[in-house]
Write a protein that binds this ligand. Sequence first.
Ligand SMILES: *Cc1c(COP(=O)(O)O)cnc(C)c1O
Length: 377
Amino acid sequence: MQFIDLKAQYRALKTEINANIQSVLDSAQFIGGVYVKELEAQLAAFTGRKHCITCANGTDALQLAFMAAGVGEGDAVFCPDMTFISSTEPAKMFGAASVFCEILPDTYCLDPRSLERQIQAVLAEGRLTPKAVVAVDILGNPCDYDAIAPICGKYGLTLIEDAAQSFGAVYKGKRACAFGHIATTSFFPAKPLGCYGDGGAVFTDDDDLDKLFRSLCVHGKGPGGKYDNIRVGMNSRLDNLQAAVLLPKLKALRDYELDARQTAAGRYSAAFAGKLVTPFVAEGCVSAWAQYALLAKDTAQRDKIVAHLTEKGVPNMIYYPKPQHTLPVFRDDPSYGEVFLNANDYCARTFSLPMHPYLTEAEQAEVIQAVLEGANL
Ligand SMILES: *Cc1c(COP(=O)(O)O)cnc(C)c1O
């Protein structure tokens, strides 16, 4: 059994993926090309965004977003405590501070009230300038954008949706990547929409930002092309081979993979209801189920379950073992010494089970049995 079964997906899509890869090889068009163009158009249409600009990976997508937001020395970037390092790492490279916020106890996403408190604390201290908010759709579950967007508006902050884990998710009728001034995603192989290497994208409805991103991705190119450099940029592009792989995968995600993820998550939740804390998806939302995470009653029970799963050959992971604000890299940032009870509690009890669209009922039965045995339930 695989934690995320990329081989099963390849078997299902082999004919289309192989044909696309072969056609890239025949065309020898590796950087840019027809598949990149077609993919950007389809990603924009699927997410309901005016513009999609692909790039080299999800971390670069966030870096591009911070560059567009003008994040620099002395700025504060706000972010939930439960995420992967990429959410604010690129902002720190520009000399900004990461200010972490508490997570909600049910969705594990950014707590809007904690966000506002942290913004006010930074303003009261007067040392840093609040600049941007990174709202992370953690585990595939979308944030409460109706609560977060007005706070960003009130304080004049750029809202960035980090949708690396939530591609395909829905919040009140709109797809993930449709929120904030800028949204970013990742096509790392294990993400809900993954390529066969690294890849990422930024999304926006703003025509000027679209032009800026296309310049930033190619060494700050100007109207005269890539030798007419008008700003400092990056070399961050998705290659044609990756786009060729992503197109059939996007079709599969749309046609049946998202549904298959819902079915698998539903089976787990039915089996664990009342026994362990099952994932909560808010009314009007659909998770992309990047991960299926349960909470045990305490760390001791979690560790027993995880040990039993490993002994039985059932793959498992902990996303994530530590809250961001406690990581040594953030030792000089304002939230380093703070305590976020929900984030602490989540880290102490969480564990994730195999989750992907090709998971069979028999495999799930095996996982469920091993979890319940490990938990002594
Ligand atoms: C994976 C991930 C990223 C970074 O994506 P890469 O393509 O690996 O650079 C950013 N944010 C979150 C929340 C992620 O899970």
